[in-house]
Design a protein around this ligand. Structure first.
Ligand code: FES
Length: 155
């Protein structure tokens, strides 16, 4: 009887170890490659890049693609913007002729650095966390709450 109890107790960590990836609730979002820093050294306007996002959820891995913009802030530093409109989530294209981002859904406009200019969006376009590794610009894609004035990560 005692051996049975000890055996059951010893098996708990093994079962937890085996099930760990299946029981995890969070989805990991890794940083995605945007491009070589040298590609963006002489940027004069935002450029679109499609990044690959690897979602890791337990044992499962999925790859999806998202459009982002590489641009510069007012200090000339690189920043990466998600193309998801902070109003209701439409994809916001860069309009070269108007020198602005203009959302096709409800007309929100944003400056080249992503700051809000006009329209129904309550904030500017959302910046993504970036890092540089071996001369390569990387960004961590995230989703942010819409219809609010402050940037809030939702996943
Ligand atoms: S979704 Fe972009 S302005 Fe409404």
């Amino acid at each position: 009887m005692g051996g049975l109890v000890v055996g059951a107790l010893l098996s708990v960590p093994l079962i937890r170890f085996a099930l760990f990836p299946l029981l995890r609730r969070t989805t990991e979002l890794k940083a995605s490659l945007v491009g070589a820093l040298t590609e963006f050294s002489s940027l004069t306007e935002p450029v679109m890049r499609t990044i690959q996002i690897e979602l890791v959820d337990g044992w499962r891995k999925a790859i999806s693609e998202k459009a982002v913009y590489v641009t510069k802030d007012s200090q000339g530093r690189l920043r990466v913007l998600t193309s998801v409109c902070p109003h209701l989530g439409c994809t916001v294209p860069w309009n070269k002729d108007k020198d602005q981002f203009i959302c096709p859904c409800h007309g929100a406009t944003f400056a080249a650095d992503g700051t809000r200019v006009s329209g129904p969006s309550l904030r500017g376009m959302d910046t993504l966390e970036t890092s540089v590794q071996d001369g390569q610009l990387q960004a961590r894609f995230q989703y942010f709450r819409q219809l609010v004035s402050d940037k809030e990560v939702i996943g």
